[in-house]
Design a protein around this ligand. Structure first.
Ligand code: IPM
Ligand code: MN
Length: 360
């Protein structure tokens, strides 16, 4: 039994999750697996009602009661910035120790990229973003706040354990992908001479255990340039939490847009559930209008099935995930020449096309 906690969240989150769940329902019949979903009310609506984001008991329940979490989006304009992001999204990433944020950058056939003359062969890599450290730890504070002598600090945390487990995951993935076995570390060792020196030393030391994986190093600024000018340079990229946040928006853009970018917050040890979510935000301007593109959420469902299948050695789940990703890929040519972020087609209609492909 696959137990999924569904946190639709804010804005377009619930409606795009609904579409992923339609695909799940069909796949469960086709691949004969049982599943159960619980829709949980965490997000801005609940916060505005009772000022609670998610309690420690609720996090504990997520940890014990589910195999995976399917998340729509968090954040809304009438809640101050940070409340929902830190109180829900980052809290879950940290407390469920989802130390990998896996973000494929893949141009599906038919999807328009803003890069001239690029084909799906040129844009196909995956970013392994460290997900529990760095500037995201919330370590810092104010001194003399609100005065002309104010001081604000925000610490960049890198632990050897946290960096090493992320690097090992990335080396293993470079092998498992069965491609070029090329792993690029993206950091800024010329300026962040402490934190990223640790990353670099760990990269070389861990890399000694993977002689079959070629190591490259790019500064993050150069990486941004190459992602645009020579995206084919990348196979697997491993990077810090903050840089990973930034370069994966660039990655989503070159792969067609936020409408199709999926991600997984993974606890690869299986000690707590992993969480799958579209990279896009809650898009409150189009919420409830049946305009949101559900493909990113559907691909996140595909990733949920692939990853959960792998972790639980459940072939039916992995196969269902692969079939769903293939169905999305085969629908994409129908969107040729259209901006993927705002398709002139209702949300559910896009899913209908995907479901039709699953039939074959
Ligand atoms: C993302 C988002 C989050 C992040 C925000 C909402 C906290 O931008 O998942 O990339 O910065 O990680
Ligand atoms: Mn982001």
């Amino acid at each position: 039994m696959l137990r999924i906690a569904v946190i639709g969240g804010d804005g377009i989150g619930p409606e795009v999750c609904e579409q992923g769940l339609r695909c799940l329902g069909k796949l469960a019949e086709q691949y004969q697996f049982e599943y159960d979903t619980d829709k949980l009310p965490y997000g801005g609506g609940r916060y505005l009602a009772d000022k609670t984001v998610i309690t420690d008991e609720e996090v504990a329940q997520l940890k014990t009661n589910y195999d995976a979490i399917y998340l729509g989006a968090v954040g809304r304009p009438d809640v101050p910035p940070g409340v929902l992001e830190q109180g829900l999204l980052l809290k879950l990433r940290f407390e469920l120790d989802q130390y990998i944020n896996l973000r494929p950058v893949k141009l599906y056939p038919g999807i328009a990229t803003p890069l001239a003359n690029r084909t799906p062969d040129d844009i196909d890599f995956v970013v392994v973003r460290e997900n529990t450290e760095d500037l995201y730890c919330g370590v810092g504070g104010f001194l003399r706040r609100g005065t002309p002598h104010e001081v604000a600090t925000q610490e960049m945390i890198a632990t050897r354990m946290g960096v090493e487990r992320c690097l090992r995951y990335a080396f293993e993935l470079s092998r498992a992908r069965g491609g070029r076995r090329l792993l690029t570390l993206v950091a800024k060792t010329n300026v962040l001479t402490f934190a990223h020196n640790l990353w670099m030393r760990a990269f070389e030391e861990v890399g000694a255990d993977y002689p079959d994986v070629t190591r490259e190093y790019h500064h993050v600024d150069a990486c941004c340039m190459y992602m645009v000018s020579q995206p084919q340079r990348y196979d697997v990229v491993v990077t810090t939490n903050m840089f990973g946040d930034i370069i994966t928006d660039l990655g989503a853009a070159i792969a067609g847009g936020m409408g199709i970018a999926a991600s997984g917050n993974l606890n690869p040890d299986g000690a707590a559930p992993s969480m799958f979510e579209p990279v896009h935000g809650s898009a409150p301007d189009i919420a409830g209008q049946n305009k949101a593109n559900p493909l990113a959420a559907i691909l996140s469902m595909a990733m949920l099935l692939q990853q959960t299948g792998r972790m639980k050695s459940a072939d039916a789940l992995s196969q269902a995930g692969d079939a769903l990703e293939a169905a999305v890929a085969s629908v994409c040519p129908q969107f040729a020449g259209q901006p993927i972020d705002r398709l002139p087609m209702p949300t559910a209609k896009v899913t209908d096309l995907v479901l039709t492909k699953l039939d074959r």
